[in-house]
Design a protein around this ligand. Structure first.
Ligand code: DGY
Length: 401
């Protein structure tokens, strides 16, 4: 999920890169207090009293948050006040969009970062988080008691740059009084867009078409070649009808689908109809998995589930790999128990190159890029930083678990 997987300037289309701001480097991988590039020409030497007076002036004069946000490159008065507290430290486990790093440094945090697109080796992570106040992590970093022990008693907050949080032992965090922030909402549209793209790529056999155009097997126009099922008048089933599931349903609004059904713990006011899981399997022409990974959704799609689905059904998974049993899916696709599958998530990730699913024409596999728009990834980085800053300032986090 490195920045180079994104289109254009993957790191941040809006906020200038931190590398252009002046900084005092602590070590090759560490960044200490950096000024925002908006202030890079004139060194900022504001003491505590000065900042407090300025904040009173701005608030007294009813100067709005957006002014503060633009001028100081921090999200709000609340965030600005963080610059007044003692210097805390945060460990960032990967190359992430600079917008988040800039917020952290602008807030006066000492940032140490694993500045690579590959995951930080576990040993390195365990060593580097010792005595930090905050951890900025990704869905690939397992946050368990081993990691929390390695961090020690100083760790106050974990900000994961993801909406999924199955990689975090929440019970253990609660027990230790560690607050956890995540990034809902800001990736909803990106993930829902990708879900529809993957559905169409699978049902309309886009990968086979691209391949044929490139390898010369196109030949002439053929009436029965590369045909697939239409969304029009179909029944679309959605498992998990939270933010992303509902947005997918909205996105499908222009396709004239016949009916949208969903399975979720609670009823949602919408024109879609809530059904039991078995009904979802039986009725869906397209079945889209948008649920979180929990003990009850793990391996939900196994042999038995595939046998209940229509032989013409297309399965799409943009949530978490373990919701689907991959071996059972390969068998179901080979035996034509279902017609096709589009997966943005697998077990493990990356999917092993010799996995049978990669050999099947009726399976499209993407490398977990649901939220990979420039805008979403930048917003995720910012929200993760805002969560951390708020928690270190003993304030309400924008998105706390
Ligand atoms: C998440 O946030 O959980 C996605 O899987 C990656 O954006």
């Amino acid at each position: 999920m490195g920045g180079d997987n994104t289109l254009g300037n993957g790191n941040d289309p809006v906020v200038p890169q931190a590398s252009s701001a002046s900084s005092a480097t602590l070590s090759p991988d560490a960044i200490s207090v950096r000024r925002s590039s908006r202030t890079k020409k004139a060194p900022v030497r504001l003491n505590l009293g000065c900042l407090r007076r300025m904040r009173c002036f701005l608030l007294g004069g009813k100067v709005c948050n957006s002014f503060i946000k633009r001028y100081f490159n921090c999200s709000s008065v609340a965030t600005m006040s963080t610059t007044l507290s003692r210097q805390h430290s945060v460990y960032v486990t990967r190359n992430v969009p600079e917008s988040g790093i800039q917020l952290l440094t602008s807030a006066g945090l000492k940032v140490t970062q694993w500045k690579h697109d590959a995951a930080v080796p576990r040993e390195e992570l365990l060593t580097n988080i010792s005595q930090v106040d905050a951890l900025f992590c990704l869905l690939t970093d397992k946050v368990d008691s081993e990691l929390l022990d390695a961090a020690g008693g100083s760790l106050k907050v974990i900000g994961t740059m993801s909406v999924g949080h199955d990689h975090i032992d929440m019970e253990e965090c609660k027990k230790r009084g560690i607050r956890v922030g995540f990034t809902p909402d800001v990736l909803t549209h990106a993930t829902a867009e990708l879900t529809v793209a993957l559905l169409l790529a699978t049902s309309r056999r886009l990968m086979e078409g691209v391949q044929a155009a490139k390898d010369g097997s196109w030949g002439t126009w053929k009436p029965t070649w590369l045909c697939g099922p239409s969304l029009q008048n179909s029944t679309v089933g959605i498992l998990g009808f939270g933010r992303i599931g509902q947005q997918v349903a909205k996105n499908l609004g222009g396709f004239d689908v016949g009916k949208i059904i969903y399975t979720a713990r609670t009823e949602v006011a919408s024109c879609a109809q809530r059904v039991e899981f078995d009904e979802l399997l039986l009725q869906s022409d397209f079945l889209i998995i948008c649920c979180a990974l929990t003990d009850s959704t793990k391996n939900l799609f196994d042999k038995n589930a595939f046998l209940k689905m229509k032989k013409s059904a297309i399965l799409v998974n943009t949530s978490r790999g373990p919701v689907v049993n991959m071996d059972d899916l390969a068998e179901a696709l080979e035996n034509k128990e279902i017609a096709g599958a589009g997966l943005d998530v697998t077990v493990p990730e990356p999917i092993p190159l010799d996995h049978s699913l990669l050999k099947l024409n009726n399976c499209v596999v993407l490398p977990h890029i649901g939220s990979a728009t420039n805008e979403a990834r930048s917003a995720m980085s910012r929200l993760t930083a805002e969560n951390i800053i708020a928690a270190l300032n003993n304030q309400k986090m924008p998105a706390e678990l």
